[in-house]
Design a protein around this ligand. Structure first.
Ligand code: SF4
Ligand code: SF4
Length: 392
Protein backbone atom coordinates (compact mmCIF):
# COMPACT_ATOMS: atom_id res chain seq x y z
CA UNK A 1 0.00 0.00 0.00
CA UNK A 2 1.33 3.46 -0.89
CA UNK A 3 0.64 6.18 1.60
CA UNK A 4 1.37 9.73 0.53
CA UNK A 5 2.75 12.28 2.99
CA UNK A 6 2.78 15.91 1.93
CA UNK A 7 4.33 17.76 4.84
CA UNK A 8 4.32 21.48 5.31
CA UNK A 9 7.48 22.89 6.82
CA UNK A 10 7.24 25.28 9.73
CA UNK A 11 9.58 26.66 12.34
CA UNK A 12 9.80 23.39 14.28
CA UNK A 13 11.25 21.36 11.41
CA UNK A 14 14.94 21.02 12.00
CA UNK A 15 15.83 18.12 9.76
CA UNK A 16 16.51 15.57 12.48
CA UNK A 17 17.80 12.30 11.12
CA UNK A 18 15.45 9.42 11.82
CA UNK A 19 17.64 6.32 11.87
CA UNK A 20 18.16 4.90 8.40
CA UNK A 21 14.98 6.36 6.98
CA UNK A 22 15.05 8.77 4.09
CA UNK A 23 12.89 11.22 6.04
CA UNK A 24 13.67 14.07 8.39
CA UNK A 25 11.73 14.45 11.60
CA UNK A 26 10.81 17.61 13.45
CA UNK A 27 12.78 18.15 16.66
CA UNK A 28 9.52 18.32 18.58
CA UNK A 29 6.97 15.52 18.52
CA UNK A 30 3.43 15.84 19.88
CA UNK A 31 2.82 13.30 22.66
CA UNK A 32 -0.94 12.73 22.94
CA UNK A 33 -1.16 11.46 26.52
CA UNK A 34 -1.76 14.78 28.28
CA UNK A 35 -4.47 16.53 26.30
CA UNK A 36 -6.52 19.12 28.22
CA UNK A 37 -9.41 17.42 30.05
CA UNK A 38 -12.87 18.49 31.26
CA UNK A 39 -12.28 17.34 34.84
CA UNK A 40 -8.66 18.50 35.17
CA UNK A 41 -7.39 14.94 35.72
CA UNK A 42 -4.48 14.84 33.29
CA UNK A 43 -5.07 11.18 32.36
CA UNK A 44 -8.86 11.41 32.16
CA UNK A 45 -10.89 10.03 29.24
CA UNK A 46 -12.89 13.28 29.20
CA UNK A 47 -10.66 15.13 26.74
CA UNK A 48 -11.58 18.70 25.78
CA UNK A 49 -11.78 17.56 22.20
CA UNK A 50 -12.15 20.87 20.37
CA UNK A 51 -9.20 22.34 22.23
CA UNK A 52 -7.08 19.21 21.73
CA UNK A 53 -7.81 19.24 17.99
CA UNK A 54 -6.89 22.96 17.79
CA UNK A 55 -3.63 22.38 19.67
CA UNK A 56 -2.54 19.42 17.59
CA UNK A 57 -3.31 21.20 14.31
CA UNK A 58 -1.55 24.37 15.52
CA UNK A 59 1.56 22.30 16.29
CA UNK A 60 1.42 20.68 12.85
CA UNK A 61 1.00 24.09 11.21
CA UNK A 62 4.10 25.10 13.20
CA UNK A 63 6.12 22.28 11.67
CA UNK A 64 5.60 19.30 13.99
CA UNK A 65 5.56 16.22 11.79
CA UNK A 66 5.59 13.40 14.38
CA UNK A 67 2.45 12.56 16.37
CA UNK A 68 2.62 9.92 19.08
CA UNK A 69 -0.30 8.25 20.80
CA UNK A 70 -1.06 4.83 22.31
CA UNK A 71 -3.98 2.48 22.91
CA UNK A 72 -4.39 3.20 26.64
CA UNK A 73 -3.79 6.98 26.67
CA UNK A 74 -6.70 8.92 28.14
CA UNK A 75 -8.60 5.71 28.86
CA UNK A 76 -8.57 4.74 25.17
CA UNK A 77 -9.84 8.14 23.92
CA UNK A 78 -6.54 9.62 22.76
CA UNK A 79 -6.44 7.61 19.53
CA UNK A 80 -10.01 8.65 18.72
CA UNK A 81 -9.26 12.35 19.24
CA UNK A 82 -6.05 12.07 17.22
CA UNK A 83 -8.10 10.49 14.41
CA UNK A 84 -10.43 13.50 14.46
CA UNK A 85 -7.57 16.01 14.62
CA UNK A 86 -5.96 14.46 11.57
CA UNK A 87 -9.04 14.89 9.38
CA UNK A 88 -9.20 17.70 6.81
CA UNK A 89 -5.85 16.83 5.27
CA UNK A 90 -3.76 16.83 8.45
CA UNK A 91 -3.16 13.08 8.33
CA UNK A 92 -1.03 13.61 5.24
CA UNK A 93 1.14 16.22 6.92
CA UNK A 94 2.51 13.95 9.66
CA UNK A 95 3.98 10.59 10.48
CA UNK A 96 1.66 8.88 12.95
CA UNK A 97 2.90 6.65 15.77
CA UNK A 98 0.87 4.46 18.08
CA UNK A 99 1.56 1.45 20.27
CA UNK A 100 0.36 -2.10 20.68
CA UNK A 101 -0.79 -2.68 24.30
CA UNK A 102 1.42 -5.73 24.68
CA UNK A 103 -0.03 -6.57 28.11
CA UNK A 104 -3.45 -7.21 26.49
CA UNK A 105 -2.02 -9.88 24.17
CA UNK A 106 -2.95 -13.44 25.19
CA UNK A 107 -2.52 -15.11 21.81
CA UNK A 108 -0.87 -14.29 18.45
CA UNK A 109 -4.29 -13.40 17.00
CA UNK A 110 -4.61 -10.51 19.47
CA UNK A 111 -2.00 -8.59 17.47
CA UNK A 112 -4.29 -8.24 14.44
CA UNK A 113 -7.38 -7.65 16.55
CA UNK A 114 -5.79 -4.77 18.45
CA UNK A 115 -4.02 -3.26 15.43
CA UNK A 116 -7.20 -3.29 13.36
CA UNK A 117 -9.12 -1.64 16.20
CA UNK A 118 -6.45 1.06 16.40
CA UNK A 119 -6.56 1.72 12.64
CA UNK A 120 -10.30 2.24 12.93
CA UNK A 121 -10.03 4.57 15.92
CA UNK A 122 -7.32 6.58 14.17
CA UNK A 123 -9.38 6.76 10.93
CA UNK A 124 -6.45 5.61 8.83
CA UNK A 125 -5.40 2.57 6.87
CA UNK A 126 -1.75 2.96 7.76
CA UNK A 127 0.23 3.61 10.93
CA UNK A 128 3.65 4.97 10.01
CA UNK A 129 5.40 3.98 13.23
CA UNK A 130 4.03 1.11 15.31
CA UNK A 131 5.59 0.38 18.69
CA UNK A 132 5.34 -2.55 21.04
CA UNK A 133 4.43 -0.60 24.15
CA UNK A 134 6.53 -0.45 27.34
CA UNK A 135 8.79 -3.46 26.81
CA UNK A 136 11.07 -4.74 29.51
CA UNK A 137 12.75 -8.10 29.95
CA UNK A 138 9.63 -9.77 31.31
CA UNK A 139 7.25 -8.64 28.54
CA UNK A 140 9.85 -9.41 25.91
CA UNK A 141 10.24 -13.01 27.12
CA UNK A 142 6.72 -13.77 28.28
CA UNK A 143 4.62 -11.99 25.67
CA UNK A 144 6.56 -10.85 22.58
CA UNK A 145 8.62 -14.01 22.11
CA UNK A 146 6.06 -16.40 23.54
CA UNK A 147 3.28 -15.23 21.19
CA UNK A 148 5.50 -14.69 18.13
CA UNK A 149 4.56 -11.03 17.92
CA UNK A 150 7.51 -10.27 15.67
CA UNK A 151 6.04 -12.62 13.04
CA UNK A 152 2.69 -10.89 13.34
CA UNK A 153 4.41 -7.52 12.98
CA UNK A 154 6.28 -8.72 9.89
CA UNK A 155 2.94 -9.54 8.25
CA UNK A 156 1.54 -6.11 9.12
CA UNK A 157 4.65 -4.48 7.67
CA UNK A 158 4.26 -6.50 4.50
CA UNK A 159 0.57 -5.76 3.98
CA UNK A 160 1.13 -2.04 4.69
CA UNK A 161 -0.95 -1.61 7.82
CA UNK A 162 2.22 -0.42 9.54
CA UNK A 163 5.19 1.35 8.01
CA UNK A 164 7.95 0.73 10.56
CA UNK A 165 8.26 -1.28 13.75
CA UNK A 166 9.74 -0.09 17.02
CA UNK A 167 9.31 -0.44 20.74
CA UNK A 168 9.04 1.78 23.77
CA UNK A 169 11.05 0.76 26.76
CA UNK A 170 11.04 0.74 30.57
CA UNK A 171 13.72 -1.40 32.18
CA UNK A 172 17.50 -1.43 32.67
CA UNK A 173 20.29 -1.24 30.08
CA UNK A 174 20.87 -5.02 29.88
CA UNK A 175 17.25 -5.65 28.90
CA UNK A 176 17.47 -2.81 26.36
CA UNK A 177 20.52 -4.35 24.75
CA UNK A 178 18.83 -7.76 24.57
CA UNK A 179 15.73 -6.33 22.92
CA UNK A 180 17.64 -4.10 20.45
CA UNK A 181 19.72 -7.10 19.43
CA UNK A 182 16.74 -9.47 19.55
CA UNK A 183 15.13 -8.49 16.24
CA UNK A 184 16.21 -7.12 12.89
CA UNK A 185 12.79 -5.60 12.26
CA UNK A 186 13.35 -2.55 14.46
CA UNK A 187 13.57 0.84 12.75
CA UNK A 188 13.30 2.90 15.92
CA UNK A 189 12.80 2.85 19.66
CA UNK A 190 11.40 5.18 22.29
CA UNK A 191 13.22 5.67 25.58
CA UNK A 192 12.87 7.71 28.74
CA UNK A 193 15.81 10.09 28.60
CA UNK A 194 16.68 13.46 30.10
CA UNK A 195 19.67 15.03 31.87
CA UNK A 196 18.81 13.16 35.07
CA UNK A 197 18.26 9.78 33.39
CA UNK A 198 21.64 9.33 31.74
CA UNK A 199 22.50 6.32 33.90
CA UNK A 200 19.05 4.83 34.48
CA UNK A 201 16.64 3.03 32.14
CA UNK A 202 18.32 2.60 28.71
CA UNK A 203 20.42 5.66 29.58
CA UNK A 204 23.06 7.31 27.43
CA UNK A 205 24.61 3.90 26.70
CA UNK A 206 21.29 2.71 25.32
CA UNK A 207 20.87 5.86 23.22
CA UNK A 208 24.28 5.37 21.65
CA UNK A 209 23.80 1.63 21.14
CA UNK A 210 20.49 2.14 19.32
CA UNK A 211 21.91 4.93 17.16
CA UNK A 212 24.98 2.85 16.29
CA UNK A 213 22.67 0.08 15.09
CA UNK A 214 20.86 2.53 12.83
CA UNK A 215 17.73 2.91 14.95
CA UNK A 216 16.05 6.28 15.33
CA UNK A 217 15.60 7.21 18.98
CA UNK A 218 12.43 8.97 20.10
CA UNK A 219 12.73 10.49 23.56
CA UNK A 220 9.90 10.46 26.08
CA UNK A 221 9.82 12.07 29.53
CA UNK A 222 12.29 14.80 28.51
CA UNK A 223 11.28 16.76 31.61
CA UNK A 224 10.81 13.76 33.95
CA UNK A 225 7.05 14.19 33.98
CA UNK A 226 7.42 17.97 34.34
CA UNK A 227 9.78 17.86 37.34
CA UNK A 228 12.74 19.33 35.48
CA UNK A 229 10.53 22.26 34.49
CA UNK A 230 10.01 23.10 38.15
CA UNK A 231 13.34 22.41 39.87
CA UNK A 232 14.27 23.03 43.51
CA UNK A 233 15.49 26.52 44.43
CA UNK A 234 19.23 25.82 44.25
CA UNK A 235 18.93 24.44 40.70
CA UNK A 236 16.71 27.32 39.64
CA UNK A 237 19.13 29.90 41.06
CA UNK A 238 22.05 28.28 39.26
CA UNK A 239 20.17 28.53 35.95
CA UNK A 240 19.08 32.11 36.63
CA UNK A 241 22.70 33.06 37.27
CA UNK A 242 23.78 31.98 33.78
CA UNK A 243 24.46 34.85 31.33
CA UNK A 244 21.83 33.54 28.89
CA UNK A 245 18.36 33.35 30.49
CA UNK A 246 16.30 30.28 29.63
CA UNK A 247 13.53 28.49 31.49
CA UNK A 248 14.44 25.19 33.21
CA UNK A 249 12.32 23.38 30.60
CA UNK A 250 14.21 25.08 27.76
CA UNK A 251 17.54 24.01 29.26
CA UNK A 252 16.38 20.40 29.58
CA UNK A 253 15.07 20.24 26.00
CA UNK A 254 18.07 22.02 24.52
CA UNK A 255 20.38 19.51 26.24
CA UNK A 256 18.53 16.73 24.38
CA UNK A 257 18.43 18.37 20.96
CA UNK A 258 22.15 19.04 21.16
CA UNK A 259 22.74 15.28 20.79
CA UNK A 260 22.83 13.87 17.23
CA UNK A 261 21.53 10.46 18.38
CA UNK A 262 18.23 12.02 19.49
CA UNK A 263 15.69 12.09 16.65
CA UNK A 264 12.44 13.38 18.11
CA UNK A 265 11.66 14.69 21.59
CA UNK A 266 8.06 14.07 22.62
CA UNK A 267 6.23 16.57 24.73
CA UNK A 268 2.80 15.80 26.18
CA UNK A 269 1.26 19.24 25.75
CA UNK A 270 -1.84 20.24 27.74
CA UNK A 271 -2.35 23.88 26.76
CA UNK A 272 -1.92 26.07 23.70
CA UNK A 273 0.69 28.19 25.51
CA UNK A 274 2.81 25.04 25.96
CA UNK A 275 2.58 24.32 22.26
CA UNK A 276 3.77 27.84 21.42
CA UNK A 277 6.50 27.71 24.05
CA UNK A 278 7.78 24.34 22.82
CA UNK A 279 7.72 25.46 19.18
CA UNK A 280 9.74 28.51 20.15
CA UNK A 281 12.32 26.45 22.08
CA UNK A 282 12.55 23.86 19.28
CA UNK A 283 13.16 26.63 16.79
CA UNK A 284 16.42 27.56 18.55
CA UNK A 285 17.75 24.04 19.09
CA UNK A 286 20.15 22.25 16.78
CA UNK A 287 22.57 19.35 16.98
CA UNK A 288 25.69 20.76 18.64
CA UNK A 289 23.89 23.87 19.93
CA UNK A 290 25.23 23.60 23.52
CA UNK A 291 28.49 25.39 24.36
CA UNK A 292 30.95 23.94 26.88
CA UNK A 293 29.69 26.47 29.45
CA UNK A 294 26.09 25.44 28.84
CA UNK A 295 26.93 21.76 29.25
CA UNK A 296 28.77 22.62 32.47
CA UNK A 297 25.63 24.33 33.74
CA UNK A 298 23.59 21.18 33.14
CA UNK A 299 26.31 19.17 34.90
CA UNK A 300 26.05 21.48 37.91
CA UNK A 301 22.26 21.18 37.95
CA UNK A 302 22.62 17.39 37.89
CA UNK A 303 25.08 17.51 40.80
CA UNK A 304 22.71 19.64 42.84
CA UNK A 305 19.95 17.13 42.25
CA UNK A 306 22.25 14.25 43.07
CA UNK A 307 23.29 15.90 46.33
CA UNK A 308 19.77 15.09 47.46
CA UNK A 309 20.42 11.39 46.90
CA UNK A 310 19.82 9.42 50.09
CA UNK A 311 21.34 6.03 49.16
CA UNK A 312 24.67 6.47 47.30
CA UNK A 313 23.97 3.63 44.85
CA UNK A 314 25.73 4.12 41.50
CA UNK A 315 23.84 1.28 39.76
CA UNK A 316 27.10 -0.55 39.13
CA UNK A 317 25.24 -3.87 39.52
CA UNK A 318 28.13 -5.57 41.35
CA UNK A 319 25.64 -6.72 44.00
CA UNK A 320 23.56 -8.55 41.42
CA UNK A 321 22.11 -11.07 41.06
CA UNK A 322 20.49 -11.37 44.47
CA UNK A 323 19.82 -15.09 45.11
CA UNK A 324 16.35 -14.11 46.24
CA UNK A 325 15.53 -12.15 43.07
CA UNK A 326 15.59 -8.64 44.55
CA UNK A 327 16.43 -6.01 41.92
CA UNK A 328 18.64 -4.08 44.34
CA UNK A 329 19.69 -1.00 42.30
CA UNK A 330 16.17 -0.46 40.93
CA UNK A 331 14.72 -0.39 44.46
CA UNK A 332 17.35 2.17 45.50
CA UNK A 333 16.78 4.27 42.40
CA UNK A 334 13.05 4.51 43.07
CA UNK A 335 13.65 5.29 46.74
CA UNK A 336 16.10 8.04 45.79
CA UNK A 337 13.64 9.39 43.24
CA UNK A 338 11.05 9.91 45.99
CA UNK A 339 13.53 12.11 47.90
CA UNK A 340 15.04 13.83 44.89
CA UNK A 341 11.71 15.16 43.71
CA UNK A 342 9.70 15.04 46.94
CA UNK A 343 7.30 12.75 45.14
CA UNK A 344 6.44 9.58 47.04
CA UNK A 345 3.24 8.97 45.05
CA UNK A 346 5.10 8.59 41.72
CA UNK A 347 7.80 6.51 43.41
CA UNK A 348 5.12 4.17 44.80
CA UNK A 349 3.62 3.88 41.33
CA UNK A 350 7.02 2.99 39.85
CA UNK A 351 7.66 0.45 42.61
CA UNK A 352 4.39 -1.31 41.75
CA UNK A 353 4.61 -1.07 37.96
CA UNK A 354 8.30 -1.46 37.16
CA UNK A 355 9.16 -4.19 39.68
CA UNK A 356 7.52 -7.58 39.98
CA UNK A 357 6.89 -9.06 43.40
CA UNK A 358 10.18 -10.95 43.67
CA UNK A 359 12.17 -7.89 42.59
CA UNK A 360 10.74 -5.62 45.30
CA UNK A 361 12.56 -4.77 48.52
CA UNK A 362 9.98 -6.71 50.50
CA UNK A 363 11.49 -9.95 49.15
CA UNK A 364 14.82 -9.32 50.86
CA UNK A 365 15.55 -11.87 53.57
CA UNK A 366 18.59 -9.95 54.87
CA UNK A 367 21.04 -12.73 54.06
CA UNK A 368 23.73 -10.07 53.56
CA UNK A 369 25.37 -11.91 50.63
CA UNK A 370 25.21 -8.87 48.37
CA UNK A 371 26.90 -6.43 50.73
CA UNK A 372 30.52 -7.47 50.37
CA UNK A 373 30.22 -6.89 46.60
CA UNK A 374 29.14 -3.26 46.98
CA UNK A 375 31.98 -0.81 46.33
CA UNK A 376 29.96 1.95 47.99
CA UNK A 377 29.74 -0.09 51.22
CA UNK A 378 25.99 0.32 51.33
CA UNK A 379 24.25 -1.66 54.06
CA UNK A 380 21.83 -3.10 51.56
CA UNK A 381 19.95 -5.39 53.95
CA UNK A 382 19.39 -2.48 56.35
CA UNK A 383 18.08 -0.20 53.62
CA UNK A 384 15.61 -2.71 52.14
CA UNK A 385 13.08 -2.51 55.04
CA UNK A 386 13.27 1.30 54.82
CA UNK A 387 12.52 1.11 51.09
CA UNK A 388 9.55 -1.15 51.84
CA UNK A 389 8.31 1.15 54.60
CA UNK A 390 8.18 4.07 52.18
CA UNK A 391 7.05 2.37 48.98
CA UNK A 392 5.38 -0.99 49.62
S1 SF4 B 1 20.52 -9.12 51.63
FE1 SF4 B 1 18.58 -9.02 50.54
S2 SF4 B 1 19.08 -8.03 48.63
FE2 SF4 B 1 21.02 -8.74 49.50
S3 SF4 B 1 21.35 -10.77 48.58
FE3 SF4 B 1 20.28 -11.07 50.53
S4 SF4 B 1 18.12 -11.13 49.96
FE4 SF4 B 1 19.22 -10.21 48.24
S1 SF4 C 1 26.78 -2.82 44.33
FE1 SF4 C 1 26.12 -1.11 45.63
S2 SF4 C 1 26.37 0.70 44.32
FE2 SF4 C 1 26.44 -1.10 42.97
S3 SF4 C 1 24.30 -1.38 42.32
FE3 SF4 C 1 24.57 -2.65 44.12
S4 SF4 C 1 23.93 -1.35 45.83
FE4 SF4 C 1 24.27 -0.02 44.09
Amino acid sequence: MQFQITETKGPAVHDRRFGKLDWKASALGFGCMRFPTEDGDRLSARIKEDEAVRMLRHAIDGGVNYVDTAYPYHGGRSEIVVGKALRDGYRHKVRLATKLPVWLVNSPADFDRLLNEQLKKLETGHIDFYLLHALGKKRWDEIVLRHNLLEQAARALKDGRIGHLGFSFHDGYEAFEEIVNGADLWSFCQIQYNYMDTESQAGMRGLKLAAAKGLAVVVMEPLMGGRLADPPRDVREKMEGFPVRRTPAAWALRWLWDQPEVSVVLSGMSAMEQVDENLRIADEARVGCMSAEENALIGQARELYQARTVIPCTRCNYCMPCPNGVFIPANFEIFNYAHLFDDVATAKFRYQVFLNEAQRSASCIACGLCEEQCPQKISISEWMPKVSALLA
